[in-house]
Design a protein around this ligand. Structure first.
Ligand SMILES: Cc1ncc(C[n+]2csc(CCOP(=O)(O)OP(=O)(O)O)c2C)c(N)n1
Ligand code: SF4
Length: 275
């Protein structure tokens, strides 16, 4: 029975349900939005690969009926870059956490963006290390309580959007699990974009972030997301948390890395990838 207007079940491993994720975790919402985006794009599952890092969000490949890679902590983009270079015809989507991408994996993030490799990166930003027990992440907001910052974080968090833009990403967006209209749309745009695309998704970890910061369970966390974000075009002067501005920050064309590599091979009379 088609849900959400299109049949998404062909992209989901429904037999693997229920997921290992805690009740109310935002990860399932992102997976559903990804399936919806793929269905709207009409991408056959066998032409898609989902690459996960390590973390709760890194388990995304377990639940999608596409090619799947479960890699090592921080290295999802390195695996994904290799996969895309070897099989340029594949649509490659990376599912990564804020610890995975913006702590141990920062270098891979910056260089994949700089090269403009045609990858879609879904950054599940829950502001905390979920899988390992709620430690502080580079995205934990100032004052945010985690199991390693019980008095509140004294650090300024990374802004993934600014980092991606400075490094040269050609599609950069931020949205939330609260906005189930916008989330699949942004993923769809990112997959269609021929270059490095980042969709930062502000998502909820009720088990650690919600509990430690006394926000509440998933429903309260979704309302918190709604109340702490503002659309890029509607952002007013008084916005207290500019890091939570949502929208599309960049969408531009620049030579894509596998295309440049293909041209280089052709100029030298060689074949490239799976062609
Ligand atoms: C090389 C290495 N370092 C550290 C770990 C331990 N580790 C596993 S998951 C994780 C953090 C996960 O946090 P995040 O990436 O934010 O994902 P989430 O679980 O919140 O989705 C860490 C530090 C590991 N598995 N491998
Ligand atoms: S610990 Fe947090 S991020 Fe991990 S599954 Fe539970 S709610 Fe989700």
């Amino acid at each position: 029975m088609p849900r959400l207007g299109v049949d998404v079940d062909c992209y989901l491993k429904t037999e693997a349900l229920p997921t290992v994720w805690c009740p109310g975790c935002g990860n399932g919402t992102v997976v559903q939005a990804l399936a919806l985006a793929l269905a709207r794009l009409g991408r056959p599952p066998e032409e898609v690969a989902v690459v996960g890092g390590i973390g709760c969000s890194g388990r995304t490949p377990f639940y999608v009926r596409t090619h799947a890679m479960h890699t090592t902590h921080g290295r999802a983009l390195a695996f994904a870059t290799g996969l895309k270079l070897a099989r340029p015809s594949l649509t490659v989507v990376v599912a990564t956490g804020d610890g995975d991408l913006l702590a141990i994996g920062t270098n891979h993030f910056l260089h994949a963006a700089r090269r403009n490799v045609d990858l879609t990166v879904l950054l599940f930003n829950n502001g905390i290390y979920g899988m390992t027990g709620g430690q502080m992440a580079p995205t934990t907001p100032e004052g945010g309580r985690t199991t390693t910052s019980l008095a509140g974080s004294a650090e300024r968090p990374f802004d993934a959007v600014e980092l991606a833009m400075a490094a040269g990403a050609t599609y950069v967006a931020r949205t939330t699990t609260f906005d189930m209209q916008e989330l699949p749309l942004r993923i769809e745009e990112a997959i269609r974009h021929p270059g490095f695309a980042l969709v930062e998704v502000i998502t909820q970890c009720p088990t650690y972030f919600g509990r430690l910061n006394r926000i509440g369970e998933a429903p309260e966390m979704l309302l918190w997301e709604r109340d702490h974000t503002e659309d890029l075009h509607g952002a007013g002067e008084g916005l207290a948390l500019p890091a939570l501005t949502t929208g599309v920050f960049r969408q531009e064309r620049r030579t894509e890395y596998t295309e440049a590599y293909r041209a280089l091979c052709a100029a030298r009379g060689g074949r490239y990838g799976d062609e």
